[in-house]
Design a protein around this ligand. Structure first.
Ligand code: NAP
Length: 280
């Protein structure tokens, strides 16, 4: 579909979308690799999602990212959903194929796992037990990727226990569902703690958890990047734990999407990280 030298358009469909840093990332890469194109924001309310998706190929767009509240709702509108995205039950990236059909995948979990590796290259998913707080779409993506990449013990702790149990059923024997009241006990022996709830985000209360039982060697990852230092990460850092915020996820999930749309696997440069940090 894409003419080799044609101006390429990709963008983000969400409601709202104005807060997104994705345009900074993709437009930086377009410029860095000398590609003609633009990444734009599309505020699409839920009742217009189907129309917007049908328009992608008519407009000869390369594809799009999909964010809240569309990640699940978009699935029936996509021709080919890859197996990991199907297992997660959510899509975050859509590619318009040459024949106009739509292919969907989900890079959030792999982006998170890569962000932890970037911070600590000798860490791997089977380095030790992992506790994931949350069982929403982002948590499911993280658990699916951790399990697919060899994690042997993943404790999913969620306020609504039934959703933690769903993750256990979906992602197999490595996953156990833990009651929210047991969240502090679930920190025992972990190599990685991941916050995939929305607690600690700008405008939300801090995550309600004490870190006393967290081992000193544990990495603490928060999927949130606004603010860049959540109360959880600040508390973990004060104890001496290595911390990773959600910017690494955002950047790492963007790389394969850019590659699928524009044919270049882009690099995360210090200049790009500084450009995003300048937006806070
Ligand atoms: P979601 O599907 O709405 O899930 C929200 C999660 O937060 C659920 O597990 C929910 O528990 C939990 N929660 C909400 N209020 C809570 C409270 N008061 N106490 C304890 N838990 C609470 O959202 P999502 O799409 O998975 O996103 C989760 C987080 O990841 C958000 O902060 C989002 O910004 C972040 N994220 C970041 C990136 C990135 O690029 N860095 C990408 C995706 C998501 P219940 O099941 O009990 O409601």
């Amino acid at each position: 579909m894409a003419e080799p030298h044609a101006f390429g358009i990709a963008g983000l469909l969400g409601w709202p979308v104005a807060h997104s840093r994705s345009p900074v990332i993709h437009n930086y890469w377009l410029s860095r690799y000398g590609l003609q194109g633009r990444y734009v924001l599309f505020p699409v309310p839920p009742e217009r999602l189907a129309q917007a998706m049908h328009g992608l190929s008519a407009l000869r767009m390369r594809g799009c990212n999909v964010t809240t509240p569309h990640k699940q709702a978009v699935m029936p509108l996509i021709d080919h959903v890859d197996p990991l995205a199907r297992q997660i039950g959510a899509v975050n990236t859509v590619v318009v194929e040459d024949d106009g059909s739509l292919r969907g995948f989900n890079n959030d979990g792999n982006g998170f796992v890569q962000s932890i590796r970037d911070a600590k290259p000798d860490w791997c998913p089977d380095s030790g037990p992992i506790t994931v707080l949350g069982a929403g779409g982002a948590a499911r993506a993280v658990v699916a990727s951790l399990a697919a990449q060899g994690a042997r013990e993943i404790r999913v702790v969620n306020r609504t226990h039934e959703r933690a149990q769903e993750s256990q059923t979906l992602f197999g024997p490595a996953v156990s569902a833990v009651h929210w009241e047991q969240r502090e006990a679930a920190l025992q022996d972990v190599a990685l703690l991941a916050n995939a709830t929305n607690q600690g985000m700008a405008g939300k209360p801090p995550l309600d958890i004490r870190l006393d039982r967290l081992p000193a060697r544990a990495i603490v990852g928060d999927l949130i990047y606004t603010p860049p230092l959540t109360p959880l990460l600040a508390a973990a850092r004060a104890r001496g734990n290595l911390t990773v915020n959600g910017l690494g996820l955002l950047l790492n999930q963007a790389r394969p999407a850019f590659n699928a749309w524009f044919g270049v696997m882009p690099e995360i440069t210090p200049e790009l990280v500084r450009a995003i940090e300048a937006t806070f």
